[in-house]
Design a protein around this ligand. Structure first.
Ligand SMILES: Nc1nc2c(ncn2[C@@H]2O[C@H](COP(=O)(O)OP(=O)(O)OP(=O)(O)O)[C@@H](O)[C@H]2O)c(=O)[nH]1
Ligand SMILES: [Mg+2]
Length: 361
């Protein structure tokens, strides 16, 4: 082993190295100060309204933060953006893993920016706290869109509850709209409760499918079919074209069995190939027709108002639950009562009553 050298090499001197005299200490201090300085809520709002994506990202990070100190600032930013939000269309996209959501959003997003739209892509993915957001992992599938000046892609917020993730996404929509994005796409994996959450924050709901796989295989429940404003059969390319056309006929028939929608809209079925970028324009045509109809008959406004009320109540529920379960005394009492219930010493209802009374006293 080499003996420790006493020679003053660069490495050796690094520890106690003095800064050269040429460094102006007050300037260095200013630089450090500036680097550390977080923009104020006002500065963030200003940046967002100017279309600055960096300000947008920072503000979204505030919204996603679990630090309670950030909550007030986040709310201030949202409040500042709110008067400038709402000028957009919000499209939800769902489909089971592998159906081609990411590939579709890439093709669809590029189509939209080419016709002059500004597109923001967000995700509600309850599993993302583990996988760190499907969109981020998928960035290779959205290579072009990521680079597009008129597009903004944000991976899913993580959180321990779907309600929390969904609320953050909804608030993020407001910021994206204030930043000038006029078409908001919200992706979710069609396997759980998340479609319902996404359905309640979008104007239009698109269900992506592939031909040939049974409904059970695609994990699609009747409820999701009922929510869909359009069913798009993807991968209609190569040998798959005939199958996709057949599936289109079948889905059309199936959709006719559902009761008419309040929107006055009859759901449409179409085929596309996200891979070959064919049929994408038809998908947009269907969506544009929907917006024409629902803006004309005022369902569009009506639905948004309903959604706002729904989200107010959801937020209250979420907060009540969070506060209750994180209360230190309740935590202890809850554990005690769990045991008591387990041992049949008290009924579950009586135990719940004790806990609730303790909390609300
Ligand atoms: N032939 C063909 N393949 C496609 C098409 N769209 C997507 N694929 C392929 O299908 C696979 C899955 O596509 P993704 O876009 O990752 O699917 P996804 O729905 O985002 O999947 P998850 O992120 O896992 O939920 C990839 O290998 C794609 O290349 C298409 O239109 N035609
Ligand atoms: Mg994907």
């Amino acid at each position: 082993m080499a003996k420790h050298s006493k020679t003053p090499t660069a490495l050796y001197e690094k520890d106690g190295v003095k800064q050269p005299d040429s460094v102006n200490q007050s300037v260095a201090q200013n630089v450090k100060q500036f680097r550390r300085k977080q923009p104020s809520a006002n500065e963030l709002v200003e940046g967002i309204l100017k279309g600055d994506k960096i300000a947008l990202s920072r503000a979204i990070t505030l919204i996603e933060s679990t630090n309670t100190e950030h909550l007030d600032k986040a709310n201030e930013v949202i409040q500042g953006c709110l008067p400038h939000a709402n000028q957009s269309v919000r499209i939800g996209i769902t489909g089971v893993p592998g159906v081609g959501k990411s590939t579709f959003i890439e093709a669809f997003g590029k189509y939209l920016t080419a016709i002059g739209k500004k597109v923001a892509v967000l995700a509600v993915d309850p599993s993302s706290s583990i996988s760190h957001g499907s969109i981020l992992g998928d960035k290779t599938r959205m290579e072009e869109l990521v680079k597009d000046e008129n597009a903004y892609i944000r991976p899913s917020a993580s959180g321990d509850s779907l309600g929390g993730v969904a609320r953050k996404t909804r608030e993020t929509i407001i910021l994206c709209e204030a930043c000038g994005f006029d078409t908001i796409i919200i992706e979710t994996v069609g396997v759980g409760q998340s479609e319902t959450a996404v359905h309640s924050m979008v104007d239009f709901f698109l269900l992506l499918k592939i031909a040939g796989a049974g409904d059970e295989l695609q994990g699609i429940k009747r409820g999701i079919m009922e929510m869909a404003d359009t069913i798009v059969i993807n991968k209609a390319d190569g040998d798959n074209i005939a199958k996709a056309k057949l599936a289109k006929t079948e889905f059309n028939r199936a959709l006719h069995l559902f009761p008419a929608k309040n929107s006055g809209w009859t759901p449409k079925v179409t085929t596309c190939s996200a891979y070959e970028k064919t049929g994408i324009d038809q998908v947009w045509q269907i969506i544009a027709d929907y917006f024409e109809l629902t803006k004309e008959n005022q369902y569009f406004e009506h639905k948004r108002q309903e959604q706002n009320q729904y989200w107010m109540l959801e937020t209250i529920n979420e907060q009540l639950k969070n506060r209750f379960y994180s209360h230190p005394e309740i935590k202890i009492l809850l554990e005690q009562n769990k045991k008591a219930v387990q041992n049949n010493e008290i009924s579950p209802f009586a135990a719940a009553q004790i806990l609730l009374e303790k909390y609300f006293k």
